[in-house]
Design a protein around this ligand. Structure first.
Ligand SMILES: C[S@@+](CC[C@H](N)C(=O)[O-])C[C@H]1O[C@@H](n2cnc3c(N)ncnc32)[C@H](O)[C@@H]1O
Length: 380
């Protein structure tokens, strides 16, 4: 992760002068031992391979120009002659089975980054606000000045936090440049890989926030060690994750129910991918192991549709049904076809079966989740 002067302003995509070189990242990706890594992208491939396109075609040409002429890119900073390649690499994307995926650290993440995928992330943000009674977090932080959102997605949480704490600097990092350009001046975005070494200053952040990085991190203990090192003594970490395996508290989901198959398949794909989907039930222990104290776990439930009678859960369930109906393709298509080796036809059949089950109100199933927060000791 790029080292950072939190008081220096950036535009929507910020690369720090002292940050890691993107070309190095792409090289790293090529050499990684991940079970599945498509070939790294080069400029030449971009020009020749129809699978690779850049966001700056047609409508986006102006936007891309803006980014290339951004002072961070053409300042002749430490990125030197490679700045042009860097900007283009970040803006590239890969088309796969009709969906658009990130190209920076190509293959590292299972989800698309197209308009539909962004909408699904924003649905989830709405669901988290419903779940947490309109709070953006639960940790008892006081007047935070330095905030990090790891894997920020559309940046919607970071933007809301920047609005809520105008004197704070909120940094959101992600592999995909899908954050809006016009954001509060105290909200900054960086395109970076949070699973690598962080080069932020040690003891720096008052608050580190992680949400839905399931299936994204190959080594969670290393990740939490990094988070610990870069949290200020007395500062907080919070991680919000949910299970991918629907469960039920009554007998409405028998042993042969498709939801069991669904859950097993996601877990299996995560294992094959080398990035597990079970962090929601492991985070408390792993955070403690990293050195954080006063660990608090708050459980929540996301019903699969509006089956509950209680109004808050019913409302969350209705949103979850919508999110899953429109979202399951993005969640699973790459994992099933590229990681699992399934044919498109088989994958689409699996997704169709899931959509069918999501319409059944007889099954009282939900996804369990946890909000876990903890403090770095003052003495650390
Ligand atoms: C399921 S989304 C969650 C987004 C956001 N945290 C939220 O709750 O709205 C996961 C995000 O993590 C990003 N991501 C995945 N692996 C990453 C990595 N190694 N470094 C940085 N971002 C990553 C993806 O690009 C995606 O935007």
């Amino acid at each position: 992760m790029a080292s950072s002067d939190p008081h220096k302003p950036f535009d929507a995509i910020g690369m720090q002068p002292s940050g890691q070189d993107s070309a190095v990242h792409l090289q790293d990706a090529a050499e990684s031992s991940q079970p599945w890594q498509p070939a790294p992208i080069s400029h030449q491939q971009t020009a020749q391979d129809p699978e690779y396109t850049t966001l700056d075609e047609d409508d986006d040409e102006d936007a891309a120009q803006d980014l290339v002429s951004d002072s961070g890119f053409d300042s002749g900073s430490l990125l030197g002659d490679e700045t042009d390649t860097l900007a283009s690499s970040i803006l590239n994307h890969r088309m796969e089975n009709g969906r658009q995926y990130h190209a920076y650290r190509d293959g590292a993440y299972w989800g698309p980054n197209d308009e539909l995928a962004k909408e699904i992330l924003d649905f989830a943000h709405h669901m988290y606000l419903l779940t947490l009674d309109q709070k953006l977090f639960l940790a008892p932080i006081q007047d935070p000045q330095t905030i990090l959102d790891c894997g920020t997605g559309t940046g919607i949480w970071a933007i809301d936090m920047a609005d809520q704490y105008p004197s704070a600097t909120v940094i959101g990092t992600d592999l995909s440049p899908i954050q809006p350009e016009w954001v509060p001046p105290n909200c900054l975005f960086e395109i970076d890989d949070v699973s690598l070494d962080w080069t932020f200053p040690p003891n720096h952040f008052d608050f580190i926030h992680i949400r839905e990085l399931f299936g994204c991190i190959p080594d969670w203990d290393f990740f939490f060690q990094q988070a610990f090192e870069h949290t200020k003594p007395g500062g907080y970490i919070e991680i919000v994750e949910h299970s991918v395996q629907p469960v039920s508290d009554d007998d409405s989901m028998g042993p042969d129910h498709f939801y069991h198959t669904w859950g097993k398949v996601v877990i299996e794909m995560g294992k094959k991918f080398g990035k597990s989907f079970t962090i929601w039930e492991e985070s408390a222990e792993r955070i403690r192991r990293a050195g954080f104290v006063d660990v608090v776990v708050v459980d929540y439930k996301w019903p699969m549709n509006g089956w509950p009678t209680e109004s808050k859960q019913k409302n969350i369930g209705r949103w979850n049904q919508l999110r899953l109906m429109d979202g399951v393709e993005g969640f699973m298509l790459r994992l099933l076809t590229q990681v699992g080796g399934w044919s498109i036809a088989r994958a689409q059949l699996h997704l169709a079966q899931m959509r069918k089950e999501l319409k059944s109100y007889r099954t009282h199933a939900y996804l369990p989740g946890t909000v876990v927060y903890a403090r770095k000791p003052l003495s650390a």
